[in-house]
Design a protein around this ligand. Structure first.
Ligand code: GLC
Length: 743
């Protein structure tokens, strides 16, 4: 009876809105709202599924929803739960539906590689597809909004959230931001296989001092605009529905209350029409920052700066009404925020059908979608980075024969299941039953007459060496030992900064002990960030970086180790040799005393106790085959600033014995600028497939826009002058050309 009444009441509301466009509908609805109802739309509570922040005990949330004092919920999952809360919301005076948000970061029911790992595929189409699958699955579970993509540029692997983004490079970060927004939002809001995306964390969260999560950020506005803001702009240009601000202060002002980034940049200069949600409690945290005196002051500073929705701090709920009546906050600020939110609810189609995402049939269909698992397996293969594959006993160990008589599979991750999901995965009760372990992945493909031995060897992070003997014994019985080592999956992610990036516990000791048997060793490294493993790099001939690959991890790894797929991954972030070297990144400034090479220490910018270069470079990754990139040609020696185009071509030959993919990368260097310029910057890449022996010409087109940068007056300019262009298969590319950018 109640639901029928509600349906009629709601339908009357919808009918009365016939003929109105979105803005008219929203303006009309806003005109009917009380101040309490308006403030209610700005208030977001956590559900009871899980907590992704510190929980504040709250009274009856359902009562508050019914009274129209809640606009959104996060961490509510399942059409039964979202329908129930939506029904309650529709009992409010104006029947305004809730929006449900969740961190759908790298998959939902099907988990894909962690975002940093997925970016190592450099396959934008796949990255977009992965986001779209995640959106389809999440929407089937009643979710309207994902708090993703995380687009924070990160050059400091001590910061645990480096696993969530696209690495160190702004150009790659922009391309991935666009791909992920398009993937999540699909054919547009309102489609039941699309969700609102949320570019986060605005802004410069990845530049936290010391790589310590939530720590301060201090940089020039030029650096902020040049390096950290562009991926957000790319997301906005791709139509991202929302942004989430970050916890950190930027140059002394918390992002949550930072007018410069929120109102001046985002809402004015970029013309952003969506809405900004605070990160968990970040409005109230401005008190702890020492930027707000109390909740009243925090609410004032956040709404004035342009934060629209308050996640879990309750400052808006508790103080905005008083701020308006005290004349401190013009109602126009409230109205602007409310309209932005209502507009998105309209675009999602929730006013015409608030239950459009509550479809049990779709939820069931998306619960174990085998096609999605196959895609996860494919992306997993393509995310794997082959770091070393040097001859041992005269030949490279990989690809491994499926007829290898005996393989010893050793390490604390070999039989792990949930760990393969990495941080920010959505937990389901049956995860351990449906995730393919690394052991099972190998077992599934190894010849039935072969033997796969297993020894855990050690734990992830303690000093217990009692498992070494069993591991050594297994290795001695084997033809090849595969070691699966690394950091725990919960040692990267939010609030997971590490000061020491080595293998935790006694893992390296285990590796040395197994290597001492003289057996060939293949090392798999599981991590959410670059780790430091110098002994392994210098002593183990075969190293494969497997990140955390998701639900199909074991199969993806086996596909690469056995050569079903020839690895093509490239590092999206530089790997340091030491924590003392951080930050190390490829697009650095040359300085007045650049070291000529890693041995040059004489009055140059260098360490006396370490090389300057990273252990593994941005863009680096090997293949089972070899590619030769040559015959660099430029269509001209000059590029006119007004409308010019410069074609850069190279010939790429697959000169090895396996078909495979190569990521051909183009970098430029501005030799002289009105401000110093990086020694090289990625400005293009293409991932191509070549059969063995095949040659392909790859063409890049450079335009003046590709060469713009921020000058000291924060003007985004082109500047005539000499440029170098480099093309290769990593940021170490040596194939070089020259051109002049002319007025
Ligand atoms: C967390 C994270 C943010 C996430 C939010 C909601 O603290 O910082 O990325 O989207 O809370 O879970």
């Amino acid at each position: 009876m109640k639901r029928n009444f509600l349906t009629i009441a709601f339908s009357l509301l919808v009918v009365s809105s016939f003929g109105q466009n979105a803005q008219e509908f929203v303006n009309d609805l806003l005109s009917k709202m009380t101040l309490d109802e308006k403030i209610g739309q700005l208030n977001q509570y956590n559900g009871d599924w899980e907590a992704t922040g510190k929980i504040t005990p709250e009274g009856d949330k359902e009562k508050q929803i019914k009274e129209g004092h809640v606009g959104s919920m996060l961490n509510v999952m399942g059409v039964d739960k979202t329908r129930k809360l939506e029904e309650i919301a529709l009992q409010s005076r104006l029947h305004i539906p809730l929006i449900f948000g969740k961190d759908v970061i790298h998959g939902f029911r099907t988990t894909f590689p962690i975002p940093l790992g997925e970016v190592a595929s450099w396959d934008l189409a796949l990255i977009e597809k992965s986001a779209h699958i995640a959106a389809t699955e999440a929407a089937a579970y009643g979710i309207h909004w994902t708090f993703a993509p995380m687009v924070d540029i990160a050059r400091d692997p001590r910061w645990g959230r480096v696993m969530e983004g696209a690495g160190e490079d702004t150009y790659l970060g922009c391309m991935v931001a666009k791909a992920r927004v398009k993937g999540f939002q699909g054919e547009g809001l309102g489609h039941v296989d699309a969700v609102m995306a949320c570019a986060k964390h605005f802004a410069a969260y990845g530049a936290a001092v010391g790589g310590r999560d939530y720590n301060s950020v201090d940089m020039s506005l030029r650096q902020l605009n040049e390096t950290y803001l562009p991926p957000f702009k790319a997301a906005v240009d791709a139509g991202v529905a929302t942004l989430m601000n970050s916890f950190n202060d930027i140059n002394g002002i918390p992002a949550t209350g930072n007018r410069y980034i929120l109102r001046e940049k985002l809402k004015t200069e970029w013309g952003f029409k969506g809405f900004v949600v605070s990160d968990w409690g970040s409005i109230g945290e401005m008190i702890s920052h020492g930027y707000a005196k109390d909740g009243y002051d925090a609410a004032l500073k956040a709404i004035t700066a342009g934060s629209d929705m308050d996640m879990e701090s309750r400052c808006y709920r508790d103080y905005l009404k008083q701020l308006v009546s005290d004349g401190k906050v013009p109602i126009a600020f409230i109205d602007e925020a409310v309209k932005r939110i209502l507009l998105k609810k309209y675009e999602l189609g929730l006013f015409s059908d608030p239950y459009r995402f509550c479809n049990e049939g779709r939820e069931k269909q998306q619960t174990n979608n085998q096609e999605n698992r196959m895609l996860a397996r494919e992306i997993g293969e393509k995310s794997i980075v082959l770091l070393k594959n040097e001859p041992f006993n005269g030949k490279p160990q990989l690809p491994l024969s499926k007829q290898t008589k005996t393989i010893a599979f050793i390490g604390p991750f070999v039989k792990a299941t949930v760990a393969n999901h990495g941080f920010w995965a959505i937990a389901f009760p049956d995860d351990s039953l449906r995730i393919i372990s690394q052991f099972d992945g190998i077992k599934n493909q190894l010849d039935k007459n072969s033997t796969l031995l297993y020894a855990k060897g050690c734990n992830i992070n303690d000093n217990d060496q009692s498992g070494f003997a069993e591991a050594i014994d297994a290795a001695k019985q084997s033809d090849v030992a595969i070691l699966s080592l690394g950091e725990g999956y919960d040692m990267s992610g939010e609030a997971k900064s590490r000061s020491n990036l080595q293998f935790p516990g006694v893992q390296e000791a285990l590796l040395k002990a197994v290597c001492a048997t003289g057996k060939p060793v293949i090392l798999l490294i599981n991590a959410g960030r670059p780790l430091i493993f110098n002994w392994a790099s210098d002593n183990v001939p075969t190293i494969v970086y497997t990140w955390w690959l998701g639900t199909e991890a074991g199969n993806s790894i086996a596909d690469v180790l056995f050569g079903n797929y020839n690895p093509s991954g490239k590092l999206p972030i530089s790997f340091p040799r030491s924590e003392g070297q951080i930050p190390v990144y490829y697009n650095y400034y040359n300085t007045g005393r650049p070291a000529k090479n890693d041995d040059d220490k004489f009055y140059v910018s260098a360490y006396i106790d370490l090389q300057n270069s990273p252990k593994y470079a941005f863009g680096y990754g090997l293949s089972y085959t070899s590619f030769h990139i040559g015959n660099l040609q430029l269509s001209s020696g000059k590029l006119a600033m007004k409308g010019g185009k410069l074609n850069v071509t190279v010939d790429v030959k697959n000169s090895g014995n396996y078909d495979g993919e190569e990521v051909v990368q183009l970098y430029v260097r501005d030799l002289v600028g009105c401000v110093v310029r990086p020694v090289r910057e990625l400005k293009g890449f293409q991932k191509i497939f070549l059969k063995k022996g095949e040659t392909q010409t790859v063409n890049f087109c450079l335009t003046p826009d590709d060469l713009k940068f921020y000058d000291n007056d924060l003007q985004y300019i082109n500047e005539a002058g000499d440029y170098e262009v480099f093309v290769g298969n990593s940021s170490l590319a040596e194939l070089k050309g020259h051109f002049e950018l002319t007025e």
